[in-house]
Design a protein around this ligand. Structure first.
Ligand SMILES: CC(C)(COP(=O)(O)OP(=O)(O)OC[C@H]1O[C@@H](n2cnc3c(N)ncnc32)[C@H](O)[C@@H]1OP(=O)(O)O)[C@@H](O)C(=O)NCCC(=O)NCCS
Length: 145
């Protein structure tokens, strides 16, 4: 194994055959991530083994309704929408799951969000974990951010 820490998805990365067990997350990487990367609508960062993608996450920017935010954020911001970085997707290939790659990706997403928050009005990271994966990302859903 020759794992490389999270870095931006590029043209040389091999995504074919990526399978995390969730079709929608596979399809995003295989069909949409590069287009989004080039258009600037979402940025994807990958962990690779050689050039093969073993895990990825995608970030975009958005806002959540103030009523969806945690009480302390409501009090600080008032009545405006809350600007957030959205962790839109996070997945690890089934061949590599259970090796702390997912946790590493999550930490990197948080680190990048904090860097962005130094230069723009970002109040939180938001995500909508699918079904059982909600336990993997316990502290980031909008009501708790
Ligand atoms: C969820 C996912 C990203 C985790 O990646 P991973 O590399 O296997 O996870 P890690 O090895 O970093 O695990 C870190 C911790 O999270 C736990 N964990 C992993 N997957 C989990 C899940 N689906 N639900 C709850 N906890 C989970 C692990 O048990 C581990 O806890 P521990 O340190 O107490 O043992 C990966 O299983 C995956 O891609 N699943 C399919 C796609 C998916 O559900 N994505 C999330 C969408 S929101």
């Amino acid at each position: 194994m020759n794992l490389r820490r999270p870095h931006a998805l590029g043209p040389h990365h091999l995504v074919e055959g990526f399978d995390c067990g969730k079709t929608a997350l596979n399809d995003w990487l295989l069909r949409h991530a590069r287009k989004a990367q080039n258009s600037g609508s979402a940025k994807t960062f990958v962990v690779t083994d050689g050039d093969r993608v073993t895990g990825y996450f995608s970030l975009t920017i958005g806002q959540i309704d103030i009523l969806e935010a945690a009480e302390h954020i409501r009090q600080e911001i008032g009545y405006y929408p809350v600007p957030v970085v959205i962790l839109a997707r996070l997945a690890v290939s089934t061949l590599y799951q259970g090796r702390v790659i997912g946790l590493g990706l999550l930490k990197d997403a948080i680190r990048r969000t904090m860097m962005m928050a130094e230069h723009a009005g970002i109040r939180a990271m938001s995500t909508h974990p699918i079904d059982e994966a909600a336990r993997f990302i316990p502290a980031l859903s909008p009501r708790r951010s």
